[in-house]
Ligand binder design. Structure first.
Ligand code: SAM
Length: 342
């Protein structure tokens, strides 16, 4: 299951002028499988009717995140070449714009401060948006657990050149920097997330050099030199890095192939020996099937994946980043990924 929207403002329509009752909206959300079951072979009329219904829900309905994902899944299932309805194309456009334009309300942000016992109680402060829809604006279980793991085992990052993928608010990267990494480059892909990352980097004056930049997995996996200037810096940083870290990036099955391509480029895009390069991946087990897709994809690319710490291992460790998580911390596993030896 992908991280869920927990923003009550977007699901409770009582504060808006909403033409639907809450139960109608709940029914609409529950019927995703029904809608998708009826997608294959849908006529132009049916496509338009689907688009019109979603349009009606758009301004006052269930979360936009849910509606966007429904539209994308509908079109994926239909097959792009079978889209005949102009209304449906327009809706897809709206969904894509939405994905990149949700500007968080600054009043919905807050700062959380943690002190790190293994770092002489040094403090870290990060800005989060706990009620915003964007998954990149809060701290997830896997990010917190990986950060705690690094605090216990700073040898993984000390004097290493580190890149983080899908860094979100940057907690794990900041901890890596606090644990004496020689350089940390944290990456993500939306404008709002990168602005928040930059803010969090500046808020914490760490000794290690830490910076952030744009790295979208699909674009990066298919990147040819100079095809996208925004990716140039990330290419250079990935080539210099010897440790790649990533937390809670395995939840959308469609994104797994490009994520693994990014892993593969990390192992191959450098003069350094593959052996000196390692990936630490923290993943929350929501659906075993999703993780199995990752394992198959890694195997196909010759990347070995082994558990380095599981819930039993760190259940006893001190809780450094206590947040109100949806998933128990014990559901997070930490894996080490290396290029296989044939
Ligand atoms: C569930 S959040 C995890 C954030 C953080 N690592 C943590 O554990 O708190 C997933 C992160 O992956 C990023 N992400 C999702 N799809 C991506 C893509 N295609 N390219 C780059 N980043 C992506 C999101 O923006 C988000 O920051």
């Amino acid at each position: 299951m992908a991280p869920q929207n927990t923003n009550p403002d977007t699901t409770d329509c009582s504060q808006h002028e909403c033409p639907f009752t809450v139960s109608q909206l709940v029914a609409a959300m529950a019927s995703e499988n029904d809608i998708l079951d009826r997608t294959t072979g849908a006529s132009e009329e049916e496509q338009t009717s689907f688009a019109d219904t979603i349009q009606q829900y758009w301004e006052a309905g269930p979360s936009k995140r849910f509606l966007c994902s429904l539209v994308r899944n509908y079109i994926r299932q239909l097959g792009e070449h079978n889209v005949q309805s102009e209304a449906l194309w327009n809706l897809l456009l709206l969904a894509l714009q939405q994905r990149h334009s949700e500007i968080p309300d600054p009043h919905q942000s807050c700062y959380v401060t943690f002190s790190m016992p293994t770092q002489q109680q040094k403090q870290l402060t990060v800005r989060i948006y706990p009620y915003h829809n964007d998954v990149a604006l809060r701290i997830w279980e896997a990010g917190a657990v990986l950060a705690e793991f690094l605090l216990q085992h700073p040898e993984w990052v000390a004097h290493q050149t580190v890149v983080e993928l899908g860094a979100g608010v940057g907690l794990t990267s900041l901890v890596a920097a606090a644990c004496s990494a020689s350089h940390v480059y944290c990456t993500d892909f939306t404008e709002v997330c990168l602005q928040n990352l930059q803010h969090n980097i500046e808020r914490n004056q760490l000794d290690c050099t830490i910076s952030c930049g744009y790295l979208e997995w699909e674009a990066f996996g298919n990147y040819q030199e100079a095809s996208d200037p925004r990716l140039q810096e990330s290419c250079e940083k990935i080539a210099q890095a010897n440790l790649l870290i990533a937390a809670d990036v395995v939840y959308d099955v469609c994104a797994i192939p490009s994520l693994v391509k990014t892993f593969q480029r990390f192992f191959s895009d450098s003069d350094k020996d593959d052996d000196s390069k390692t990936i630490l991946l923290a993943s929350t087990m929501r659906r075993r099937e999703t993780f199995a897709v990752l394992q198959d994809e890694l195997k196909a690319k010759g990347i070995d994946c082994n558990v380095v710490a599981d819930g039993d291992y760190y259940a006893e460790l001190p809780l450094v980043f206590p947040m109100n998580f949806v998933q128990p911390r014990k559901d997070v596993n930490i894996y080490v990924l290396k290029i296989g030896k044939g």
